[in-house]
Design a protein around this ligand. Sequence first.
Ligand code: SF4
Ligand code: SF4
Length: 341
Amino acid sequence: MENLVLQKDQFPDFIKGLTSNHIVYGPVKEDGFSLFKNIKEAGELNLKYLLTRVSPKSLIFKQTETLFKFTPGRKGSVSSSEIYDEKSIIFAIRPCDARSFKILDPVFNGDFEDPFYISKRENTILIGLTCNKPERNCFCTSFDDSPGSTENVDILFTDLDNRFYIEVVTEKGKNLIEPMSKLLAKSSSDEEEAKKIIVNSSVETISREMNLKGIVPKLDGMFDHELWFNTALKCIGCGICTFLCPTCHCFDMQDESTLREGARIRVWDSCMYPEYTHHASGHNPRPSRMNRVRNRVYHKFSYFPKNEDVTACTGCGRCIDFCPVNIDIIDLIEKVEVLAK
Ligand code: SF4
Ligand code: SF4
């Protein structure tokens, strides 16, 4: 598809064009950290950030979502579910976060079809932003991804100082920006070259690497290894690693009700919590923290690749940045490398 250029002085009008018929979410800075919020104009955006603390998965797989409402009692009723059908855009999503949907899609739109996730996913356009300056714990390149990947977005922006280079990837993306064509010009090989230089320099900056060669059989052979006990001694079970992870997708369902009305609500859950998978009978298949620490690693690097043919990690580095006791998933996988027989 044709690639384009947007001069920075036209950017506010471009964003105005997007917000005229879509709900636009973009990265903003609030209380010292960056998060995705509904924006109305370009001035609200903070494109200097790299990763928002909470990943944009929260815009599609909501942290809290009402599935249906009901009135209790013999004459009670259930109201039909509210399915989201508004047109949205996630602007300036980073390539690693865009790739997280490749991991979430088979969960919510596979054997089981989740209408809440699917409707938001289908009604949302992803506009990516190339990473000019990866952070110290970024390792997307370990997954054959790139700081300038167009693979999972509809459009990709690359910041070239005074202008944006725009790669239109999908038909959805093309239709979105067509009405704003008067703000855009055709790109030349200069922009393509400039993007290559940025991406190459970003790739060179990435210093961390996860070696995933043979990881599945290696993990298969060390289910009872003391590595999991030793790691669990350090872990405090706070669940931050799972809540911030763009690929974690466990949830709980709870009924909240008064005598007159109630709602069934879906909320994010974490495999790091003792109540997680606690059966009504009292049995808990993962009774100790060791079981839970091990499960987190196996789910991402063994079970998910076996079931869906993709590793459930994007290399975003959030769990490393924010673990309060410095448990580092790259170091853990490196230990598996060394300790596996
Ligand atoms: S963030 Fe760290 S301490 Fe908290 S649950 Fe995860 S691994 Fe354990
Ligand atoms: S496991 Fe850690 S590095 Fe991998 S996607 Fe999740 S938060 Fe990012």
